[in-house]
Design a binder for this molecule. Structure first.
Ligand SMILES: [Zn+2]
Ligand SMILES: [Zn+2]
Length: 303
């Protein structure tokens, strides 16, 4: 056998594991059989979960960023670009990709080996069958709301002078962001804000005793989509916030990168709205009008 064939994974062994799982578990659906066969084939749950987590993150992160790289290269889309004079160059995008990859391989990869033992310690389910769609959907909705709150406060704290200067400034390298820049940040920031994405579901599992790692994966996929799209720099007539008014989206986060102040939340607009930290000239105008109305009301009372 040549060296080349020996370094390739043995796919026939995987499919024979799949056949075994299928024969013994006819009640499982196709995806559950694929999942169970993967664990049987790996014969090491820590590696099975670890590799799956890392590969999923890379595929989703770069897979979701690629359409935005292509859109940046097509002049037709310029009319939808929020800061349309600032198109990221190929060199900028490549530089950003290198730093993100470097951080994935040095900071994230070693931690991924702890993921399966941690899941087990907190009682997370990793086997088959999968939970129902309803269970996954309501848990993911809760994670969205909780992560957004965590993100709002921690991100707002990162804009405090010393923390901004030493940690968060790296993420603000690009005043006109693009998809690949979503995770362009200091490792301290990635871990702190990342707690909202990874730590909150783990805490949830610890308290309720009810979470499957697949739900966690799906949640992370949605959260990656949210973060990359929020950094895309594009606002379309069909962007999600036109249909769900409290959804933040690119329009919300782009202003944050442009102005450096306000719009601290990740997925939703409610924290910035109720705590009066919305960014941009429209928000400033609305704030001024509210202040003037308050002053006028006070003056009327005095008279
Ligand atoms: Zn910021
Ligand atoms: Zn950002």
């Amino acid at each position: 056998m040549s060296n080349f064939t020996t370094i390739l994974p043995d796919t026939s062994a995987y499919w024979s594991a799949y056949d075994q799982v299928s024969a013994l578990n006819i009640h499982l659906n196709f995806f559950e059989k694929l999942w169970a066969a993967w664990y049987q084939y790996m014969d090491n749950d820590t590696l099975a979960t670890g590799i799956m987590s890392f590969v999923m993150h890379e595929l989703v992160y770069f897979g979701r960023s690629l359409p935005w790289v292509i859109i940046d290269a097509i002049p037709y889309f310029r009319k939808y670009k929020i800061q349309n004079t600032k198109i990221p160059t190929a060199a900028e995008q490549w530089r950003c990709t290198k730093l993100v990859l470097f951080s994935h391989f040095t900071v994230e990869l070693p931690q991924i080996w702890l993921f399966h033992p941690m899941c087990k310690y907190f009682g997370m389910e990793t086997g088959v069958p999968f939970p129902s769609w309803v269970t996954m959907a309501y848990q993911i909705a809760i994670f969205f709301v909780l992560e957004d709150a965590w993100h709002y406060w921690l991100h707002r704290a990162f804009h405090w002078g010393p923390l901004y200067k030493h940690i968060h400034k790296i993420h603000h390298t690009y005043s006109a962001p693009f998809g690949l820049a979503a995770e362009y940040a200091s490792p301290i920031e990635v871990m702190t804000l990342g707690f909202g994405t990874v730590g909150i579901p783990i805490l949830w599992c610890w308290i309720t005793g009810d979470l499957h790692v697949l739900t966690m994966y799906l949640w992370i996929v949605f959260r990656l989509f949210q973060a990359i799209d929020a950094h895309s720099g594009y606002e379309f007539p069909w962007s999600l916030h036109h249909f769900i008014p409290f959804w933040a989206g690119a329009q919300h986060h782009d202003v944050h990168h442009e102005k450096f102040i306000g719009n601290y939340a990740s997925s939703f607009r409610w924290w910035d709205y109720f705590l009066d930290t919305e960014a941009g000239p429209e928000a400033a105008k609305a704030r001024r009008e509210r202040r003037l109305a308050k002053e006028a009301a006070k003056a009327r009372k005095v008279q």
